[in-house]
Ligand binder design. Structure first.
Ligand SMILES: [Zn+2]
Length: 492
């Protein structure tokens, strides 16, 4: 805590996000108190209130959508016995290198079987599904859990974007037919658009991943990618058509309507809220700090009373009244009646990304007015206090629409048609995404993708499924007839 004359912390944030994104990101995490990297375990970070309150709002929106689509919550243990984890061969290969193991207890005790901290929960949940799913009447079974998962990422770690423990929701679903699985994949992609784009303001492109880049053990992976300020793409939620592979490995069977015992079909879907939070602040933030969407900001409105000497009591009283009324109307509101100067408070809450500020001084009170400031455009306007609720409601919507529109404008002219490795590299160097005709995203196409990766640093993100595209000509790398159009981007 600080004395009366001393401002507690510097609040002027000024870093060029576009040209200096890594610094911008590291500094905003520190200054806005989003993550504290001093914890001392690589890749594990405490999240202070400002990021956690935002992520909680994000979780709530996602859970509301999932429950509306008939998914029910559940919670599984954090540990998975080794014998479960190793049941599905490809899955083992994909995840075991990332696992943290528990083997010891107390002083020198040993567990009979090693336990994995869940890197994802298929192998925890599906053995129980094999007990819970009995007949076609139990299906579809749509469940999800909100939890953290643990992966010993070998690449460098960064708060939110790449942590060794991250916060997510994983949904695990069982169906009677493969057609229902495909419909669930579509539903998940719609959920992604509704949550990530409509609510968090993050535009995405949706891809079917290549066979070498799919979820280990599944048939197909569909994923949304967004664009970060440094021109690299970041994977946001992915959903997986598991076919009946896991059902066969974990014995998830049911009695169908003809009284035959058959294997079930499954999907899983894993929106990582902590990572989406990292993308959200990166996409919307500006050189002055965070710009949080109105729908998810911990405080949607901050009230700043402005007074000197004898007016103090009256202005504070007026401010508290506004606070009370706005809270009653359902807004998340905070009044900053600290000893700091109004200028300090403005900078601080701008850096924190609060979407709307209400400023009130003695003259506003006399005229029954208040000043509304919007963080996204940094514009002020004076309004009648009686209209405050309506104005805030409208402004909140406007701010969210504007943040999304600004983010979408970055997607314009983003894609460049390339016809050689050289033109792919040119496109990537300019922070663009290259689109090329390609031989195949089946395993036979992997050498071509490897060559692109080696020579340009770009990854083959897959084929678009949100638009219909027909390839012409030959594969840009091997010259065989093209069967698909793929997108190449540098990525996180
Ligand atoms: Zn090829």
């Amino acid at each position: 805590m600080s004395g009366k004359d001393e401002q507690p912390r510097s609040t002027i944030f000024d870093i060029d996000k576009t040209n200096n994104f890594p610094d911008w990101f590291g500094e905003i995490c520190r200054v806005a108190e989003l993550a504290d990297i001093r914890y001392g375990v690589k890749g594990f970070t405490p999240f202070p209130p400002w990021s956690l309150m935002t992520m909680d709002n994000m979780f709530d929106i996602l859970e509301e959508v999932l429950q509306r689509k008939d998914h029910l919550p559940m919670l599984f243990p954090t540990v998975i016995p080794e014998s479960n984890l190793t049941k599905e061969a490809q899955h083992v290969e994909g995840f075991v290198p990332q696992v943290f193991w528990i083997q010891d207890t107390g002083e020198g005790g040993k567990l009979e079987e090693r336990l994995a901290l869940r890197p994802t929960s298929e192998t925890a949940i599906y053995p129980m599904y094999s007990l819970w799913v009995r007949s076609w009447r139990d299906l579809p079974m749509k469940r999800y859990q909100r939890c953290s998962v643990f992966r010993s990422e070998i690449k460098s770690t960064r708060p939110f974007l790449r942590g060794r423990e991250f916060l997510w929701i994983e949904s695990h679903n069982v169906f009677a037919t493969h057609d229902e699985v495909k419909a669930q994949v579509q539903e998940d992609l719609e959920t992604t658009k509704e949550v990530v784009t409509d609510n968090f303001g993050i535009p995405v492109m949706v891809f079917r991943r290549t066979q070498w880049d799919k979820f280990p053990g599944g048939l197909n992976t569909y994923a949304a990618d967004t664009l970060m300020p440094d021109g690299k793409v970041l994977q946001l939620p992915s959903t997986h058509d598991l076919g009946d592979n896991f059902a066969r490995a974990f014995d998830v069977k049911f009695l169908n309507e003809n009284n035959e015992t058959v294997y079930a079909w499954q999907t899983c879907y894993g929106p990582a809220i902590s990572r989406i939070f990292g993308a959200m602040i990166s996409v919307h933030g500006d050189n002055k700090g965070l710009r949080l969407p109105f729908k998810i900001a911990p405080y949607q409105v901050v009230v700043i009373p402005i007074y000197k000497g004898k007016d103090a009591e009256m202005v504070l009283e007026y401010g508290k009244n506004i606070l009370k009324n706005l809270r009653k109307a359902g807004f998340r509101v905070y009044i900053d009646n600290s000893d700091n100067t109004p200028g300090w408070k403005y900078n601080f809450w701008e850096m924190k990304g609060v979407p709307i500020r209400v400023e009130i001084g003695p003259r506003d009170i006399r005229d029954n007015k208040a000043v509304l400031f919007r963080r996204d455009t940094m514009k002020r306007e004076s309004i009648d206090v009686k209209d405050l609720k309506r104005e805030i409601t409208n402004l909140g919507k406007e701010i969210d629409a504007n943040l999304l529109a600004e983010a979408e404008s970055k997607f314009v002219d983003l894609i460049i048609d390339a016809d050689s490795i050289g033109t792919i590299e040119d496109a990537l160097d300019k922070g663009k995404i290259a689109r090329i005709p390609f031989c195949t995203t089946e395993m036979e196409g992997k050498p071509c993708a490897d060559e692109i990766k080696d020579r340009t640093g770009g990854e083959t993100r897959g084929t678009r499924i949100d638009i219909d595209e027909k390839p012409k000509g030959v594969c840009t790398v091997c010259g065989k007839p093209a069967t698909e159009i793929v997108y190449i981007a540098r990525s996180y």
